[in-house]
Design a binder for this molecule. Structure first.
Ligand SMILES: *Cc1c(COP(=O)(O)O)cnc(C)c1O
Length: 390
């Protein structure tokens, strides 16, 4: 059939080329709730893949909150926020979020991807320049592309290059955009230094705290509260699908910014609101996370245990102190082979390959969670050391 249909033959050839380059990605079906132990193909897997850093995705309190919310509010929002989809659970969640991260106002989105493309394209236009860390999440770059602004991607955490570019810029519409915790490396941006540059060059600073919210800062309030920065130039974004264990995202900032985003962000205006059940469940998850110091301590203990115990020869454990602990392996084939060896031992660690990470830095992306026990971490250490020797 492909032989007669030109366009399909082109796609088929491109897929085959991906396959040959060891870049094809596959979906695996998880037949259990998300936790540190998963059922895949009928077999148990000890999993180090998820962003469920506090182990809340299957928390009984949240399952109960979700059931109550569905009983009370039904399953769908039925319309976009600006038509009739904005319900009491959404309104209540937005107020709680603004208070939780200590900013004047907040706005929720159905996903973090939608938040980033919506916020950036609402705040920047052809006359703007966007300065973005080269290792930022793809959704931030996609937002910049949609905005039609000039996108300049500085070397990872190279604030000297950023400052040079800010100094050279002619526009009054400057937006600096960065992940706080970098999703494939686990290292952390210098929020204070970035904010100082934003002040000096009269720019806005957008922080994507997808991997910090719920984990960093007092009561898990995130990287901005941790930095104790109070500034009308900061736009704070974080997601609920990671440490909070649910789904969705929000942006919080000065009311002028939030009102602008509400009017202009197309992924907000032209999309059905998140269902009310998840909105209520997210609020319950914030209540849990606020009092989850024990979970955060357990996570910190697992991070310390892995870093102290893992002895590698050829591979390299990245310099990260967050739940994201990448082992840099090198080429895609080796990373895949390493993941396959772990899999054979019942341990699931994803191999992350280009284009998600730079060429030559394919890696095993270990993510730890409060649900892991010390024994789980020790099993991982042993298996990794064996896989490296194989
Ligand atoms: C996961 C992630 C997103 C996207 O959030 P979703 O809710 O999964 O769409 C955005 N930014 C960063 C840094 C992320 O890690």
């Amino acid at each position: 059939m492909n032989g007669t249909l030109g366009p399909l033959a082109l796609y088929a050839a491109a897929l085959e080329a991906r396959r040959q380059a060891q870049l094809e990605r596959r979906v695996r079906v998880v037949d259990s709730p998300q936790s540190s132990q998963l059922i895949v193909n009928g077999a148990k897997r000890l999993a180090f893949c998820s962003n469920d850093y506090l182990g809340l995705a299957d928390a009984p309190e949240l399952i109960a909150a979700a059931q109550r919310a569905v009983q009370r509010w039904g399953v769908g929002a039925a319309a976009s926020h600006l038509i009739s989809g904005h319900m009491t659970p959404h309104e209540s969640l937005e107020r709680r979020l603004a208070e939780f991260v200590r900013l004047p106002a907040a706005l929720i989105f159905s996903t973090g991807y939608m938040a980033n493309v919506g916020v950036i394209s609402a705040l920047a236009d052809r006359a703007s320049e966007i300065f973005a860390d080269r290792l930022n999440h793809a959704s931030l770059n996609d937002g910049a592309i949609l905005s039609r602004a000039r996108l300049r991607r500085y070397r990872h955490k190279d604030l000297a290059q950023l400052e040079q570019w800010l100094a050279d810029s002619r526009t009054t519409r400057k937006l600096i955009v960065t992940d706080t915790v970098f999703s494939m490396d686990g290292d952390i941006a210098d929020v204070h230094a970035l904010h100082a540059l934003a002040e000096r060059y009269d720019a806005l600073l957008m922080l994507d705290d997808a991997h910090g919210f719920g984990v960093l800062g007092p009561q898990g309030r995130g990287a901005l509260v941790q930095a104790a920065l109070e500034s009308p130039r900061v736009i704070y974004m974080a997601t609920f699908g990671k440490a909070l264990g649910v789904t969705g995202a929000f942006v919080a900032a000065d009311a002028v910014i939030i009102d602008t985003v509400r009017q202009l962000a197309r992924s907000y205006v032209y999309s059905t609101a998140m269902p009310p059940g998840p909105a209520a469940t997210i609020e319950a998850s914030i209540d849990l996370a606020e009092h989850a110091d024990a979970r955060r301590e357990k996570l910190a203990a697992s991070i310390a245990r892995l870093r102290a115990g893992l002895k590698l020869k050829r591979w390299r454990l990245a310099a990260s102190h967050t739940a994201i602990q990448p082992v840099i392996v090198g080429d895609s084939e080796s990373a895949l082979a390493a993941a396959a060896r772990l899999d054979a031992e019942g341990i699931w660690v994803p191999a992350i390959r280009p284009p998600t990470v730079p060429q030559g830095t394919a890696r095993l992306r270990i993510s730890l969670s409060a649900a892991h026990t010390p024994d789980d971490v020790d099993r991982l250490i042993d298996a990794l050391q064996r896989a490296e020797q194989a």
